[in-house]
Write a protein that binds this ligand. Structure first.
Ligand code: HEM
Ligand SMILES: CC(C)=CCC/C(C)=C/CC/C(C)=C/COP(=O)(O)OP(=O)(O)O
Length: 309
């Protein structure tokens, strides 16, 4: 690889691109669900850019502030700041440029509310979670999960400005789904990587309360997740196509969480973690496709019984 390409790759890695890709996808689904038909092109594209840049900036700040922890963990010891490929000063400058670009785009061309909510999410993850919660309590990822769960609300706000009567309720329902999904997502990985966290003195649940307790918590949150994912259908936001998909995906998640109580091997926790990612991606894809199918699947006038005359 040429050195310019290698450098580009290192800055790209600094933004946790795969996590941010799923985050941005949930924001895009929020945009589509916020309005009937297609969302306005200008606000969608600029909103997408602003949210993507902010999430990338937050990820870079996280790597900057966490570099000493990352250096102690096998999973993260390759990261560009840890191995000296990017200096802390350059990482900070890079993150500040991304954040400034994001805020400029959102304030000038989307709306101030989206900018404010996006900025709060950035601070929530990059500072409140990374600097305080992560090092302080095993509930770190539950509380910190609010920032990672916010993107559907950010997308919704970008295209509506939250002017409609039901905007907050429906957008917060999507946030609630990701919020409840985060503990099973993360704790499955944390079970497998518990030695890493113990070595780095990070109080993650499997370290502070043990693996058996963490497995119960994963099962509990997965049950809650299945219940919460029924709400978009129950509230009339989504249709039967979504409900069917959510129930099948949820049943598989429950089966995994149940098996994790007495797993066949150590690697099973990673299977659950990998499934959690497929689950969220597919769940939001179901929300999106259902939104387009809804007008066709709901009985239209052709099916209505009208009184004669
Ligand atoms: C506080 C909340 C969260 C915590 C603590 C957390 C934690 C983690 C960790 C530790 C990893 C492994 C990353 C690595 O090895 O580089 C990971 C991977 C991942 N997370 Fe999360 N996560 C959270 C929220 C989210 C959210 C909100 C999303 C998306 C909506 C997400 C999507 C992903 C994806 C796609 C991966 C796989 C990345 C890869 O394959 O490189 N996470 N998460
Ligand atoms: C503006 C906006 C939408 C912000 C979104 C913030 C964001 C990128 C959230 C992702 C959460 C995440 C990857 C947590 C990883 O935990 P960790 O940092 O403890 O994991 P690590 O050990 O892999 O670094």
């Amino acid at each position: 690889m040429s050195s310019a390409r290698a450098t580009l790759r290192q800055y790209f890695d600094l933004t946790k691109p795969r996590v941010v890709a799923l985050i941005v996808f949930t924001a895009i689904v929020g945009m589509f669900l916020a309005v009937p038909g297609l969302p306005p092109l200008r606000e969608s594209v600029l909103g997408f850019l602003g949210i993507w840049l902010a999430a990338s900036s937050a990820a870079a700040i996280n790597q900057l502030l966490d570099s000493r922890i990352d250096a102690k963990m096998a999973r993260t010891s390759w990261r560009p700041i840890v191995v000296g490929q990017i200096t802390p000063g350059r990482a900070l400058a890079f993150a500040l440029v991304l954040a400034a670009l994001s805020m400029a785009i959102l304030v000038l061309w989307v709306n101030p509310l989206t900018a404010l909510l996006t900025f709060a999410s950035l601070i929530g993850y990059a500072v409140i979670y990374t600097v305080f919660l992560k090092r302080a309590t095993p509930q770190n990822i539950v509380i910190g999960g609010i920032a990672g769960a916010a993107p559907p609300l950010l997308g919704w706000a970008a295209v509506t400005g939250m002017q409609g009567e039901w905007d907050w309720a429906h957008a917060l329902l999507l946030v609630l789904i990701i919020f409840v999904w985060t503990p099973p997502h993360f704790w499955a990985l944390a079970i497998f990587r518990r030695d890493d966290y113990a070595r780095a003195l990070v109080p993650m649940l499997p370290v502070t309360h043990g693996v058996a307790y963490t497995r119960w918590q994963i099962l509990l949150y997965t049950v809650l997740l299945v219940v919460v994912t029924v709400l978009p259908w129950a509230s009339g936001m989504s249709g039967l196509f979504y409900l069917g998909g959510a129930l099948v995906l949820g049943a598989v998640f429950l089966w995994h969480a149940w098996r994790l109580m007495d797993p066949p091997d150590e690697l099973y926790a990673m299977k659950v973690f990998n499934y959690s990612i497929v689950y969220l991606m597919a769940l939001f894809a179901f929300l999106l496709v259902d939104h387009w199918l809804l007008p066709w699947l709901q009985p239209g006038p052709a099916f209505e019984l009208r009184p004669a005359g």
